[in-house]
Ligand binder design. Structure first.
Ligand SMILES: CC(C)(COP(=O)(O)OP(=O)(O)OC[C@H]1O[C@@H](n2cnc3c(N)ncnc32)[C@H](O)[C@@H]1OP(=O)(O)O)[C@@H](O)C(=O)NCCC(=O)NCCS
Length: 223
């Protein structure tokens, strides 16, 4: 709940002014957009006006604080956590959305019309995560583009991490709670079923599911 959330007492025990009432509903509307950001694209003009100026503030803040480039017409939830340093940027293409409670650490590049839903975690390691145009990444997915060194004669915490990078193509759908390990490529038009762990490359149009994810179908057979 935002810190400036109007108090229940204010709204129910006393008659709120029209201004308080508008603000009360607007706070809930903002939260709805934060968790379902695809709704931003279909806002009616009266809502779009305040939402755009709200988004301008949020996006200006992120771009001032972190090494982040945000394209046109994007929606970034204020509850998203975005971290990017020089050499580890986050680049967000036009018309892309990042929902509340996503945690993204660059290097990460998102194409256009990409949707990152709530509670997604993406860490680009050093080689980065790339996501192509029109790809949907559902809630609670976890993409980690690095592994710890694993030699037995040394503490894991003392070994350097290694990163190969993760590549997700265009028009890919990762269902909710999917994991993707470092080094994996998921090609254009593929689908990964809910709860799957992707440890090997996925070819285009394949539908994969399970842990470890295996082919369960081909999207070209779908009617
Ligand atoms: C993968 C999915 C899209 C279904 O694809 P489908 O081609 O229609 O697959 P089917 O339902 O015909 O299932 C084919 C086989 O895969 C299995 N399967 C389907 N989804 C699975 C999953 N997520 N994990 C493990 N196995 C799965 C089925 O049990 C079935 O196995 P069987 O042949 O032994 O009975 C769907 O199950 C899914 O996971 N959707 C994601 C939903 C989601 O995350 N929504 C969030 C909103 S963005």
């Amino acid at each position: 709940m935002p810190d400036d959330f109007p108090s229940l007492q204010q709204s129910t025990l006393t008659t709120p002014s029209q201004e308080q009432s508008v603000e009360f509903y607007r706070q809930q509307h903002k939260l709805r957009l934060s968790y379902m950001p695809w709704l931003y694209a279909t806002l009616k003009p009266a809502h779009r006006e305040w939402a755009e100026s709200w988004q301008l503030n949020i996006q200006t803040y992120f771009q001032a604080m972190e090494t982040i480039q945000i394209g046109k017409n994007c929606f970034i939830a204020p509850e998203a956590k975005l971290f990017a340093e020089p050499g580890r940027p986050i680049v967000i293409g036009d018309n892309s959305f990042i929902a509340a409670d996503a945690v993204i650490h660059g290097p990460v590049t998102l194409g256009e019309y990409v949707s990152i839903n709530h509670h997604v975690t993406m860490d680009g390691g050093s080689k980065g995560i790339y996501v192509g145009n029109n790809t949907r990444i559902a809630a609670y997915c976890q993409l980690y583009a690095f592994n710890h060194g694993m030699q037995a004669d040394q503490l894991i915490s003392e070994q350097p991490t290694r990163s190969l990078g993760i590549h997700i193509g265009c028009d890919v759908w990762l269902g909710a709670n999917v994991g993707v390990v470092d080094g994996v490529s998921i090609d254009n038009n593929a689908i990964v079923g809910m709860g799957s762990q992707v440890t090997r490359n996925v070819e285009e149009y394949n539908i994969v599911a399970g842990n470890p994810a295996r082919i369960i179908g081909d999207r070209r057979d779908k009617k």
